[in-house]
Design a protein around this ligand. Sequence first.
Ligand SMILES: Cc1cc2nc3c(=O)[nH]c(=O)nc-3n(C[C@H](O)[C@H](O)[C@H](O)COP(=O)(O)OP(=O)(O)OC[C@H]3O[C@@H](n4cnc5c(N)ncnc54)[C@H](O)[C@@H]3O)c2cc1C
Ligand SMILES: *[C@@H]1O[C@H](CO)[C@@H](O)[C@H](O)[C@H]1NC(C)=O
Ligand SMILES: *[C@@H]1O[C@H](CO)[C@@H](O)[C@H](O)[C@H]1NC(C)=O
Ligand SMILES: *[C@@H]1O[C@H](CO)[C@@H](O)[C@H](O)[C@H]1NC(C)=O
Ligand SMILES: *[C@@H]1O[C@H](CO)[C@@H](O)[C@H](O)[C@H]1NC(C)=O
Length: 535
Amino acid sequence: MPGKRIAVIGAGISGLGAIKICLEEGLEPICFEGSNDIGGLWRYEEKTESGRPTVYKSTICNTSKEMTAYSDYPFPDHFPNYLHNSKIIEYLQMYAKHFHLLKHIQFLSKVCSVRKRSDFSCTGQWDVVVQTEGKQESYVFDGIMVCSGLYTDPLLPLQDFPGITSFKGQCIHSWEYKSPEKFQGKKIVVIGIGNSGVDVASELSHMAAQVFLSTRRGAWIWNRVWDYGMPIDTVLFTRFNAILNKVYPTFLINSLIEKKLNARFNHDTYGLLPQHRFLSHQATFSDDLPNHIITGRVMIKPNVRKFTKTSAIFEDGTEEDVDVVVFATGYTFSFPFLENNSTVLDSQCSMFKFVFPPQLEKPTLAFIGILQPVGAIMPVSELQSRWAARVFKGLNKLPSVSGMMADIEKKRKKFAKEYRNNSRDTRRVQYVDYMDEIASEIGVKPNLFSFFLWDPKLALEIFFGPCTPYQYRLQGPGKWAGARRTILTQRERIIKPLKTRTLTLVQPLNSVPFWLKSFCAALLLFVLTLVIIKA
Ligand SMILES: Cc1cc2nc3c(=O)[nH]c(=O)nc-3n(C[C@H](O)[C@H](O)[C@H](O)COP(=O)(O)OP(=O)(O)OC[C@H]3O[C@@H](n4cnc5c(N)ncnc54)[C@H](O)[C@@H]3O)c2cc1C
Ligand SMILES: *[C@@H]1O[C@H](CO)[C@@H](O)[C@H](O)[C@H]1NC(C)=O
Ligand SMILES: *[C@@H]1O[C@H](CO)[C@@H](O)[C@H](O)[C@H]1NC(C)=O
Ligand SMILES: *[C@@H]1O[C@H](CO)[C@@H](O)[C@H](O)[C@H]1NC(C)=O
Ligand SMILES: *[C@@H]1O[C@H](CO)[C@@H](O)[C@H](O)[C@H]1NC(C)=O
């Protein structure tokens, strides 16, 4: 029997993982990619095209390489821990080549519509219309993996900013921002304190005359470089911490983390203190914002009340002349090729574990990577694909519609309780918890108990070490023989690109020669005696 034919929509991080998983599971994927190359968001281009996600020239990953890798393909050990976008692309190209993915991708092919076939309720098949170089072609597929990404349509809430239409300067969205050169000497206000806003403000401040960073609610700022210089996600995202998170009361975790972040720089003093607690809203990554604030290059401001022709008037009544406004106000996304796009869109909570729409007669439509893990997306979307592939093949069953709805309702309540009422946050998941939840569906969650009995060395690293994606390849379907070794060598791969100057010291640093010690002791005694005699 030939494998089922699966349409993968998009060849970004999620789409490439999906193709690989389909091949691994003996399915027949065809991937349609609207642009002319792989990489999606991570492929930097000079020009922004509408409908295409992009990064700016200097974008660096905010998740570290060991936590960001596909589960059976670690980053090369000499790659830095936090990767520039060009390195991510290099990795994706290596991945695509290694697993022979390219021949399954049709570039410059935009999926225009995905519709149920008339006999859908028994076959679960879809009619897919694809536009390639002006020509439309129809295909029939047994399953669909939607990997079209979350960051396509910039959100410009102009209606919230009175006077913006009469503002004479330049207005851009962070999506259009590429590099700082042409902003030399300008006065710039950046609106929004998410990751993009802070990155753009920090970078612009090297060139601009002055940068104002305007925020309604402030933010907790955390940094990539954590204690002892380790990547923050490798320190915080461990199974041990995931358990602590469950047993410690939330207020205690909040105050511990907030205390730590305030020890780096006081969020109140720096004008950043938010009204929300750390855990109830996404924190912003920035290693250098405090440096720019303390040098005055970036000035934190409240929300803009209104714009005049040449200036911004902030809610505290201050007015500043500005030449450029950068809206770092986030993105929306849509699936224009799907019917019922609005019901799917209303809120991601209406999807079973963010992957399966619960109302379909047959579970042959899966959404991959349409969520916001607090952590890297690559391993998450890859695991979602593994689950989807097994559901498509009938090896895993989904619960009944009411069972799925009950789960969705439960999650919705939990979100409402834990997070602020922010539509973006409804798609937020904790990395370890979500990975384990999906892994349990397919039986690839590492069984710690048996590892403690049979392989304590590995068990300790799994439990106390970073919860790296390789853990989900240790057992169950899709098991990878290299997983154990890759886990046990992960710390070496973190250190290697850092320690590029190895000390060839023969004697340990603290071995001060004996004569020097004696001399110092004698000197000390002498000085002390003098002091005592004087007194
Ligand atoms: C500035 C920025 C920084 C980020 N940093 C990180 C980070 O450090 N770590 C992290 O884990 N995540 C980060 N993210 C999240 C990011 O979404 C993911 O890293 C990742 O790019 C998601 O990949 P994807 O494949 O799901 O989507 P995308 O990269 O958006 O790819 C989607 C692909 O689908 C194609 N497509 C869309 N519609 C169609 C259609 N109808 N027909 C054919 N093709 C179509 C697009 O052309 C595109 O190639 C960041 C996001 C932004 C905006
Ligand atoms: C939703 O799908 C319909 C066709 O089914 C289409 O006409 C409409 O433009 C879509 N809406 C959005 C927001 O994409
Ligand atoms: C669209 O909505 C109708 C009615 O709610 C439903 O029967 C159908 O399955 C939905 N289609 C998809 C693709 O979700
Ligand atoms: C990394 O940055 C992206 C884009 O701003 C954001 O969506 C994601 O949540 C960030 N990751 C973490 C772990 O905060
Ligand atoms: C939170 O969201 C719900 C539904 O989306 C809405 O009814 C409610 O008013 C919101 N609450 C606040 C405080 O914004």
